[in-house]
Design a protein around this ligand. Sequence first.
Ligand code: TRP
Ligand code: ZN
Length: 886
Amino acid sequence: MKDGQPKAIQLADYQAPAYTTKKTELFFDIRDGETQVTSNLSVVRQTDGGSSLELAGEDLELVSVMVDGRELGSNEFLKDSESLTLLGLDEAHQIQIVTKICPEENTALEGLYRSGGMYCTQCEAEGFRKITYYQDRPDVLSKFTTTIIADGERYPNLLSNGNLIAASKTADGRSQVTWEDPFPKPSYLFALVAGDLAVLEDEFVTCSGRKVTLQIFSEPHNIEQCDYAMDVLKRSMKWDEERFGREYDLDIFMIVAVEDFNMGAMENKGLNVFNTSCVLASPDTATDETYERVEAVVAHEYFHNWSGNRVTCRDWFQLSLKEGFTVFRDAEFSSDMNSRAVKRIEDVGVMRAIQFAEDASPLAHPVRPSSYLEISNFYTVTIYEKGAEVVRMYQTLLGEENFRKATDVYFDRHDGTAATTDDFAQAMSEVGNIDLTQFKRWYEQAGTPHLSVKEDFIDGQLTLSIQQSCPDTPSQVGKKPFHMPILMGLVGASGDSIDLAGLAIESAAAFQVRDAGQSLLLEIREETTEIKFSKLNTDDAKPVVSFLREFSAPVKVSHERSDSELAFLVENDRDGFVRWDALQTLWVKHFDDRQTLVGADPIQTFAQVAKAAIDLTDAEDQLFAGTMLLVPNENYLFEQISGFEVDSLLDAREAALDAAAAQHSDVWAQLCERYKPTGAYAPTASGMAQRGLYSVAFALHARTLSGNALEKALSERYFSADNLSDRRSALGIITRNPLLTSDFRNDILEHFFQQWQDQALVIDLWFNLQAQSPLYDIDALNKLASHPSFDLKNPNRARSVYGVFAMLNNRRFHALDGSGYDFMGRAVARLDELNPQIASRLATPLARFGRYDSKRQGLMRGVLENLSRRENLSKDLYEIVSKSLA
Ligand code: TRP
Ligand code: ZN
């Protein structure tokens, strides 16, 4: 570690600062190799907590400090490597600080840095302190004015938050502009961009009739790929007005696309900065998944304008207040735009494969953590996705109408301030008239709760007993029961839902019958809950229980029931999630050596779904069928099955796909015929549905081929494709099918590279598909990582090789000789010197060692131990490594 052991920041130590910064005036003088930042701060005392003002600052060269016009001598302030403290202050002061920074050398991509030909900033969470000394904490809200001076020839676009209020030339011919943001904001929402950019411009008229200018900036060669993002932006603005009553508040909204970016995008006030991967899209450069991601991320960042910017977080422990809520909001948007059932299934897939794994690992943490070393490490699936599940549970408990009212209360009450998850819960509790004290354990307790469900059916009376528990997690032993909403229904032998309004229902727990008797909401609070349904028709067989509809709580369920009931639910339930879930359960049982399937076979059920898909005409039904036909991915199986052996499980999965391909070859051929590409590419629900089904069917069909027939089918599909989705689906098979010759594989890869070498995001995919191929041994991977187009400094590129390898190439990452772990360990070490945020993220797959066999555990720990012994480990990586080994 750099300066000894870093100190943990504790939620329990939170204190409002003695002073706040009311106004912030910034001057940036940007020159090659050196940028000078002058800040004029109006600070005032806000509590009687003392007379000193602590300003955070890192990697800054301090030029001067002035208080009320008088320059301080170096004995009049305290300075160390992380802060500058002014002492003996009165009620109010005007402070001026001048610092110098070097954006050109900033490879951490935090603070002000260069990407391609432009300068840009990333300040969340604590990047502003790398620009100037400041109260860089989210509970200090300030009005910002920003002046930028730069060479106007090379940097004609000089952007910052808010409205442009002045533009002129300096005496020596440089450009000078001033931006003013009328909304007080914390420093993490500050942004600045200087570049020579192209712009796509449009307009949105808000519900109250105000005109808003919309601009998307990118490097000129990418501007043709911005139309889809613009379309999404306008749809998001409209949707947020209609669904949440939220109107945009400035006269201008800008997005800038940047090639080097640590995350997806950033919601800076009025000036969102995006990773190109989350904004650019065209048929030849984006797959259907990319279009979906652009839709989700553009909406997400826009929605932050209310959930995050107008109401921000008091401290970083409250991160999920804005992230969980905003993910919930973007998920609802995507559901309304496309298919609600499919979106829900995709999100549950991520929860189960990735969030549950995090919750079961040494890095498990609550939705509201109580301590951290480096906050950048807490932008996790737990904060984002589990946080969104918590918000969804409020909506389920309160009902949509009251939930909406409660969000209005929350926004109104906390507008212009920094709030907490308790404030959010308070608004929900008041409007819903519901005690949420116990519910708040979802914020405090880490780990995935487990429900064990038992059924008892005698004399036409069905009793469900539900037992809840939650495993211990690091530093949390002995969890208390959660308050959770369980949506359920009963399905009769005919396949129709039984009308619950006609039954006698008894439970000590609260419940409500909903959806005109079709479903029921049960509120579990105790460790054990029983619910009894009587007055069922006694002639009938036991109804089939449809449990946890819509995945109404982020829990694991083990439900004692027959496999034929699962197959029945796949066919008959009214809830898309339950249908999918039942099929996943069959698959998991099929792959789990410790379980035996009786009277059901997922391959048969799967083939039935496929057969039925031939006749579908509705796009949503087709999208749903395409989703049902994805066999659970490897990471999903790793999470759902315990005590597995990596290679055997991967072999079993391949064997199941081969069996499905061979046993039902006619179905795949028919599906290919039915859904073969027609007409030009469009990222519409029906286009995506058809490509999805074709792609699944083609992949299975290809498994029945070999030799020339296989090569012919693949070349045809690859060369006839007029879009990246179809091309990718061919290339995905080409990179991993062991029956192909390496000449054939390499020729097509070379062709692809030649054709798309100018499109960075397409070349990322080229690296990605190879890095995830089990055919690539460590030599091949090293070759990939030393390819002239590989660049460790570009996060997208680094992720497309190393991130993809560790997450998706399970065969090679978990190689028993330890070569895969070693390959990752070396990459993480090198990256840590350039970009600690990315390094620590790439290290997290190594922290999941607990679920593998002891040999692999030992090897993974060994790599982590080597990392922990390195000198100059970043705080980011130190936290991941030390917590993993604790
Ligand atoms: N707030 C961003 C979001 O909407 C997250 C983010 C963007 C971020 N860039 C970052 C977080 C850099 C940490 C570091 O999700
Ligand atoms: Zn966000």
